[in-house]
Unconditional design. Sequence first.
Length: 312
Amino acid sequence: MDIALVFPGQGSQKPGMAQDLAAAWPEAARVMHDADAALGLPLSATCFGGSAEALTATEVAQPALLAHGIAAWTVLAPRLAPHVRCAAGHSLGEFTAHVAAGTLDFADAMRLVRTRGEAMRDAATGRPGAMAAILGDLQRPIDAICADATREAGLVVPANYNSPGQVVVSGEAAGVERAMQLAKEAGAKRAMPLKVSGAFHSPLMAPARDALEAALGAASLRDPALPVYANVTAAPVTTAADARALLGEQLTGAVRWTETVRRIAADFPGIVFVECGPGHVLYGLIHKAVPGAEVWHAGTTADLETILSKVA
């Protein structure tokens, strides 16, 4: 059996996340304790008992998701590690993937994603923007639609190629609004604004990218022990230098998730995707990109027990 570890990004957080894992497994509880220690903040208390609003803050959601993903993986690792061939993560999840691959120490990664979240929050405050999801098949390339919208109204770019028929655009509010109109004219079934605090994965995040790149430059990274597929290239990363560069570039670059999933499925025919973290967002996206792919959830105690029973 071949396994690809995949980790979700911001938006998957929810109240009570990781609480049952910490109650059931001492190793998961230790991960959450270590997360608190790394940040000097009671992150685990927010995960276990905080409100949805408290968890939505970018600088909270990102370390919370990383901690939950690694708590789940720590429980599964003794049984699953011999079968893992690669890892990937959606946006923030790419950092979690690099922890699982050994590129980053957990504590360093926690501090990096806290910095990332704070920098994204500050960039969004300094230059407000918007994002929108475009659903359905388009008669024109989304790149061409964004180019026209940029010329006519304001900067907007493709931000997330999530799955066939689902693309997210990001940029200045007027540009995003115009891109939504043009997408509908090009056959989109729906074009809807997203409830986000900024124009993530767009040039408006340049100040955040600069801050993150400075933090990455000061951090210790190792060559990954297994390939980690990068968001901005959809190609496997095998060196610390490439990981450092691409994790920074990701903040202003598009998340090429559809291409990433298809590349993993082509490189490892029959591979099983194991989604470590709360929710099932990646499950749906992977199935749309690679129909028939096998995807296992690894977010709750019941999920982990099911997986452990499958792998000898």
